[in-house]
Design a protein around this ligand. Structure first.
Ligand SMILES: Nc1ncnc2c1ncn2[C@@H]1O[C@H](COP(=O)(O)OP(=O)(O)OP(=O)(O)O)[C@@H](O)[C@H]1O
Length: 472
């Protein structure tokens, strides 16, 4: 049986200034590292021989129906506007319409230089490819809207990132790659026709009920508010919430310098380039509002009465913090077993988080232990915990399903940063065993797996990693 991808492309029908058609640059010796059979099934893609898949998912062979192109976009990076970014190392191979009717992009990341590469080599090295593969799949299994990973291929070539590293290509799947930065690209050029075409395309693809720019703005604000609240509830730090990494679909994208919090501290930052903590754990809710304000700015020219529009859009953006907070309350309420938390429950939630922060408690293990009745063991300030526990138990009397709710919302397994780093080091040395083990365990993160207890252990001090973002 040969690899079959039932392409059905639409982005390439947009005006030519949305992209550059471009073939991938072939690599020396492609070898398949991983292929996601479950995702392939969902997409209606039929697996082929490993050699065929290595050729297709490295970009060495364009499969029938593919229409490779690099998408253009702009973006605010750490607050500064770059009027032209674009896929500098990625190519949209094409789209498929899954059997359930959902349209997905199939994109090769690391497929060679494009007109948007600027000084870059158009390539990715093995470490970030495996990080994105494992963490994005873990996020999907945790129930978070995210881009997915279909395949990883080693290129057999060397990539230079201060030192020589093995190259790789990731096949990423997303319900689209439309970013706030895509709107910014055309808005900055005052290209109204393109903006209108992008607006129509985005509504048709993601929000078919949206008729007006107001509808689209509010739909994206809602999707992003839900997304960021979900990140917070899992201790996830995206690390590089630039507007080119904020999707219109509401999916998490770009797993460059991301990580999950180990010992909880709300100001945690992982990325070495995030020197001022712009994208710290507890600043993510502020940043996403700022990013939505950038989207709103792009949509203004599509409306007639611009003064009234600015007023409406400002109100929509100003309403976002409350939306995030409502989602956060629901998520954290569920984590302590409350099916319908109200404002009165906020102190209970926040006091636990304060206690965890003072104590440096492990975020994931403490919440999981709540479900198992062993959270006291996770904390050193037992007296404070006992006080909290008494209040909590009184509140739980009205929650018959608290136990199962907590098991469903507090994962036993997250892709811990030191394990991801360990996996990358093993892969660089030629051992892909840890990649497959992590993928396997993380595919059911809400199930206790005694054989994988080592993967629940927080890092020892010498195992802590800061993401060095010298090059992905
Ligand atoms: N090695 C590289 N060669 C060429 N361009 C690159 C390279 N690395 C990053 N870029 C480009 O720099 C910009 C910002 O990089 P960033 O790390 O946010 O994106 P990315 O990880 O490549 O892609 P994505 O956001 O699609 O996940 C993008 O335009 C990206 O294409």
């Amino acid at each position: 049986m040969t690899l079959t991808i039932p392409f059905s492309n639409s982005y390439g029908q947009l005006p030519p200034r949305f992209f550059t058609r471009q073939a991938a640059t072939p690599v020396a010796a492609p070898e398949l590292i991983a292929f996601n059979d479950a995702l392939a099934d969902r997409l209606g893609i039929t697996r082929g021989a490993d050699g065929d898949m290595a050729r297709v998912f490295s970009g060495n062979e364009a499969p029938p129906g593919a229409d490779p192109l690099a998408q253009v976009y702009a973006g605010h990076q750490f607050g500064g506007f770059s009027p032209q970014l674009g896929d500098g190392r990625a190519l949209l191979l094409g789209e498929v319409e899954a059997p359930d009717g959902t349209r997905f992009d199939i994109q090769l990341k690391g497929a060679g230089r494009t007109p948007y590469s600027r000084g870059g080599d158009g390539r990715a090295w093995l470490g970030p490819v495996l990080r994105e593969y494992v963490v994005s799949e873990a996020m999907a299994a945790l129930g978070v809207p995210t881009t997915r990973a279909l395949a990883a291929v080693a290129t057999g070539e060397t990539v230079w990132r201060e030192t020589a590293l093995p190259g790789a290509v990731l096949t990423r799947v997303a319900t689209s790659h439309i970013r706030v930065g895509t709107f910014q690209f055309f808005a900055a050029r005052r290209d109204l026709d393109a903006l209108k075409a992008l607006f129509d395309y985005t509504c048709a693809r993601h929000y078919p009920d949206a008729r007006t720019p107001d509808d689209l703005l509010i739909a994206v604000i809602d999707a992003q508010a839900a997304l960021v609240a979900q990140w917070l509830s899992l201790g996830f730090i995206h690390g590089v919430m630039n507007t080119d990494n904020t999707t219109l679909s509401g999916e998490t994208i770009d797993y460059g310098p991301c990580a999950f919090v180990d010992d909880y501290h709300p100001q945690t930052v992982f990325s070495s380039i995030d020197r001022h903590g712009r994208y710290a754990y507890d600043n993510q809710a502020n940043v996403i509002v700022w990013n939505m304000a950038q989207l709103a700015t792009c949509l203004v020219p599509l409306c007639d009465d611009q003064e009234a529009t600015v007023e409406r859009f400002t109100a929509a953006v100003h309403a976002m913090p409350d939306k995030i907070e409502a989602q956060r309350l629901a998520r954290f309420g569920a984590k302590i077993g409350l099916s319908n938390p109200t404002d009165d429950d906020r102190p209970l939630i926040n006091d636990l988080l304060d206690l965890m922060a003072r104590d440096g408690a492990d975020f994931t293990n403490t919440f999981r232990a709540l479900a198992h009745g062993s959270a006291r063991d996770q904390l050193t300030d037992r007296a404070a915990y006992d006080d909290w526990h008494t209040r909590w138990q009184a509140r739980l009397a009205a929650e018959p399903d608290a136990h199962s709710l907590m098991l469903r919302t507090n994962p036993a397994f997250i892709p811990r940063n030191h394990r991801v780093e360990e996996m990358i080091q093993a892969a660089v040395a030629g051992d892909f065993g840890p990649v497959h083990r992590l993928l396997q365990v993380l595919s059911t993160p809400y199930t206790d797996q005694p054989d994988a207890a080592d993967l629940t252990r927080p890092p020892a001090p010498h195992e802590r990693v800061q993401q060095t973002f010298c090059g992905t």
